[in-house]
Design a protein around this ligand. Structure first.
Ligand SMILES: C[S@@+](CC[C@H](N)C(=O)[O-])C[C@H]1O[C@@H](n2cnc3c(N)ncnc32)[C@H](O)[C@@H]1O
Length: 262
């Protein structure tokens, strides 16, 4: 064995074993936290989604009703009475049931694990839609979708967790045809209760909330961001839900709901 081999062997013996132990320890701790996080998230997804679904269904039905009278800018679809919809942050397809039959739909979500749930989910409505494609992508980067190519964009309960709200709104504006409509429903920072607002700030700033709830921010006011985009018209209402159960939903009780027309 050469002198260099002996030196390397010495180093490996001295530092290699502790290094391997540290890596193994790190992997155990990381997977433990990941599993805790996944469990919490699953709990949230199942419980909070159901509550949200129950609480928002009436408002969503009303919000999406203009989709049924929207006329496509594409003459072929217009002649068939169809429209093109892009949904960003589709999760497992909660909004699909509100879309007009046979609509051409593009679905986008950043979460790669959702497509399988989406496909296996019992959303019978999907059979009545023409899903043109499913894109696993951030709403901030929809390069696959050409400019001015969709009649409507739906993004509900998504901006709270977007890494770059303005960029996503810019993409929404870009892909909409002139006269196209962006439909939104988002929770925002509490406007009236200072102690709740303080809690929202703390939970978001120390990153506990975003960590557990998939990047969600409690302290955003995305109404301002929407208004800053050059939409021709923004119609926006405030909603305040009486969120009793599960507890985390108390922190997201105030919402904006509306449309923005390009
Ligand atoms: C709270 S769920 C909302 C689901 C559904 N839109 C609804 O109204 O019930 C948020 C979804 O948006 C997705 N999402 C969050 N930020 C995103 C982003 N920047 N780009 C694309 N999808 C995003 C998440 O993966 C998740 O599926």
């Amino acid at each position: 064995m050469s002198r260099t081999d002996v030196i390397i062997q010495g180093y490996l013996f001295k530092y290699g074993t502790p290094l391997i132990c540290v890596i193994i320890l790190y992997m155990i701790v990381a997977s433990y936290f990941e599993s805790v996080r996944n469990k919490l998230y699953a709990l949230y997804v199942i419980k909070c989604d159901n509550v949200y679904e129950r609480m928002t269904k009436h408002y969503k039905k009303e919000l999406f009703s203009p989709l049924h009278s929207l006329v496509s800018a594409n003459w072929k679809l217009r002649n068939q009475g169809l429209i093109r919809i892009l949904e960003i942050g589709v999760r497992t397809g909660q909004n699909l049931k509100y879309y007009p039959k046979n609509s051409h739909v593009i679905l986008a979500d950043r979460n790669s694990r959702l497509e399988k749930h989406f496909k296996s989910a019992d959303y019978k409505k999907i059979d009545q839609l023409n899903v043109v494609k499913y894109i696993q992508s951030y709403g901030e980067n929809l390069a696959e979708i050409p400019d001015e190519s969709v009649d409507a964009v739906v993004a509900t309960l998504v901006l709270c967790s977007a890494p770059d709200v303005d960029r996503m709104l810019g993409e929404i504006w870009r892909v909409l045809v002139p006269g196209g409509i962006y439909f939104f429903l988002e929770h925002i920072q509490e406007p009236d209760d200072p102690s709740l607002r303080r809690m929202q700030n703390i939970l978001t700033k120390i990153k506990v909330w975003p960590y557990v709830f998939d990047g969600c921010h409690l302290n955003r006011n995305v109404k301002k961001n929407i208004k800053q985009i050059k939409f021709k018209e923004v119609n926006c209402d405030h909603l305040q839900f009486d969120m009793k159960d599960p507890y985390p939903l108390k922190f997201t009780r105030t919402h904006i709901i509306g449309t923005a027309i390009k």
